[in-house]
Structure formats: C-alpha cells, structure tokens
Design a protein around this ligand. Structure first.
Ligand SMILES: [Zn+2]
Ligand SMILES: [Zn+2]
Length: 389
C-alpha cells in the first residue's frame, strides 16, 4: 500500500518527541489514578499537534480522550495509552512505551485522515496496574462509536494473541480483641490467626483447582507488637481464571475460606471487593493478522507460543468485550528472561531498547490502522468476527 512507507517516515519524523515523552514518563513514575504529570504531558503534546482533547474523560481525572480527523468518519480507530507505574519498581511494565507508541501511531496517521475520511483517537487509560481504569471508561461509554481499539504492550516476546485471565481482587479485614499475649491470652481474639488460617484454607483449596486458576495474596496488616494479641489484621487477594463462570465459582469458594477462618478464631470478618472485575480477552484474529503482517513487513519475527500460558490479567480484556481489540506484544530486549515487573525490565523500558520498541509499536499500529481505513473489506472482516464471537 502506497501510504505505508510514508507512515513509517511520519513516525521517524516525530521520533525525538516520542522518545522524550517516553523518557519523561519513565523518570516520573506515577501510580494508578495518580498519573497527573503523565496525563498533563500527553494531553499537551496532543493538543500541540491539533488534536481535540477532553481531559478527565469518563469521569476519571487522569483519563483523556484525544481525537483528530473528519467530522463524519467512515471509521474510527482508537489507540489506547497506558501510563501508570508500579509501586517501588517504577515503569517495570513499560507503560511509558505504550503511551508513547500509541501517540506515535496517532500522529503518524493524522496527516492522512482527510484523504482516508477517518477519525483517530488516543484514549488515555489510567490505572491498568490497580483498579482497572478502562473498566470505568467502558462503563462510561467511551468506546461507543469506536470500530477498533489497539495498543502494543512491551514484553519478552513478539506475540499477537495472548489470553488474559479474568480477575477479581478483594481485601479482607478481621476484627478480634486485643489482650496481653502472655498474661491474658485467654481474653483475646487473634485477628492475625484468622489471616494465617485464611492462607492455610486457600492453600488447601488451591490443590483442587483447574490449571488456569490463580489465587495469591499478601498480608497488609499483621498486628503491632508480639506482646499484644492483634485485634486487627488484613490481607489482599487476587483470584483469576480463564473464564468468568469459573472465576465466580472460585470467588464463592475463597469467601467461604475467609469466613471459615473467622469462625475458627472468633474474629469478625469484613470482605471488600477491590476495584472492578477484569474480563478475559476476546480475540479478534482478523485484526491481529493485519498487525502481524505489518510487524513482519518491518522485519520482525512473531513467536508461535501457547496462547493460554504465562498469563496475567488486564483491563484491556473488558475493552475487548465491547469493541474489536488487539494487544499484541513486542519484545523489549532480546533476552526472554527479562519479563515485566522486574528491575531489569524497568531499566530497559527507559533506555535504547525501550526507544526501539515504542517506535516499532507506533509504526506497526499506524500501518494496521491504515489497513482498516483504506480497505473497507478489512474492517468488515474485523467487525464480522466480533459480531459472530
Ligand atoms: Zn503490569
Ligand atoms: Zn502492563
């Protein structure tokens, strides 16, 4: 296609600005829902390039919707930006690259939108790592009218299709009764024991689970001093599975484990849902194949790996349930042992490996959007697959 060479050059022309943006985010890591500097920087860049920007989109202060193109578009393609970081690890998930890559794709395709009769959006999605900002954006209707949603996540491999585990997060609090741990233990109710029994119960449950299920947690409060029976203790757990039915089944069984721990110790239990339910990824093979062809045209190889293994969860799954969506991954380093959420990955995301990955992502995303804008049959295939799923 004649425009594709121009699209690649268009990314190269803005490469310095994209890399500077990525580095800024990397040097100013912000946690979920606190991404004020990131949102400010990204929206300023897009406004400066003539995008119409709605800040605080969907009622989330650090979300945004930026759009460019014609009034009544024949197609609307959204590139999703993520920009939250991880506690203590900074940008160890490389979301600085997701933001810069998606914006790069939008800037590259922008000059062609009048000719193509299309609209491009950058949807700024906060809080991927905790809370699931996209779930609120889906509920707010931000994806209505979007024909396809795309983003590239950095990873240790080039992969097009990867399942995502549905997930629920919960917090549990146990309320007991403090007492002197040596002089009057018989007067106390040990809330920490309830937390420890919760872990024991869940460990026993785990043996009976399907291979795709995951239950894991941390203790967030375990008491104040060894000589005080803890009157309060708390923990957080994530529950994951490949489908929602099994997830809901597991959630019920986890709650039973926690309630049993309360009963055994005499503590009172309060269970809170944390954030929204993450949904599994709904594949769009037609859209993914377009991306793959473009990635290979840029000289990259795609790995054929099991789609249902080495999985995490993402709020992109919720987007994929309402609009055709892909989230392929691009290898950040040449080393498969460098995986997300590690110090090594964070370091690479802020250096030359990250710069390369984000420019490659921007080019491939823009080329894929071009396919959808320029060839109505492409978009029809994508839509048909989504409607039939
Ligand atoms: Zn992550
Ligand atoms: Zn991530």
């Amino acid at each position: 296609m004649q425009f594709k060479g121009e699209i690649v050059k268009a990314v190269d022309r803005v490469a310095d600005e994209l890399v500077a943006t990525s580095h800024f985010l990397h040097q100013h890591p912000e946690l979920a829902y606190e991404e004020r500097a990131a949102a400010q920087r990204l929206t300023a860049l897009l406004k400066g390039r003539g995008f119409e920007v709605i800040e605080g989109a969907g009622g989330l202060p650090t979300a945004f919707l930026a759009r460019a193109g014609v009034e009544r578009p024949s197609a609307t393609i959204a590139f999703l930006a993520e920009y939250d970081a991880l506690p203590s690890l900074g940008h160890a998930c490389g979301h600085n690259l997701i933001a810069a890559g998606s914006i790069g794709a939008a800037l590259a395709i922008q000059p062609f939108l009048a000719r193509l009769g299309g609209q491009v959006q950058v949807i700024g999605c906060p809080a991927e790592e905790r809370g699931g900002g996209k779930i609120a954006l889906v509920k707010a209707g931000l994806f209505a009218g979007v024909d396809a949603a795309l983003l590239v996540h950095p990873s240790n491999k080039n992969e097009i299709f990867k399942c995502a585990l549905a997930m629920r997060a919960l917090q549990v609090e146990f309320f007991g009764k403090s007492s002197h741990a040596a002089a009057a233990p018989h007067l106390g109710i040990n809330a920490l024991d309830a937390v420890l029994l919760s872990f024991s119960n869940l460990n026993a449950l785990r043996q009976q689970l399907r291979g795709d299920a995951r239950i894991h947690g941390i203790i967030t409060d375990g008491g104040r001093a060894p000589n005080i029976i803890p009157d309060y203790a708390a923990a957080r757990f994530y529950i994951r599975a490949l489908d929602l039915d099994y997830l809901h089944d597991l959630h019920r069984r986890v709650v039973t484990c926690l309630e049993a721990a309360a009963q055994a110790t005499g503590a009172r239990v309060v269970i809170h849902d944390e954030g929204e339910e993450y949904h599994p990824m709904r594949f769009n093979r037609a859209l993914g194949r377009l991306f793959q062809t473009n990635l290979e045209a840029l000289g990259e190889q795609v790995e054929q790996t099991p789609e249902d293994q080495e999985l995490g969860s993402t709020d992109v799954g919720n987007v994929s349930q309402v609009v055709p969506t892909i989230q392929p991954t691009i290898a950040l380093t040449g080393r498969p042992e460098v995986v997300c959420h590690t110090v090594a990955f964070a370091k690479a995301a802020g250096g030359p490996a990250g710069d390369r990955a984000l420019l490659l992502a921007a080019k491939t995303l823009a080329m894929t959007a071009l396919d959808l804008f320029a060839d109505p049959a492409c978009l029809q295939r994508v839509r048909k697959e989504f409607d039939q799923a």
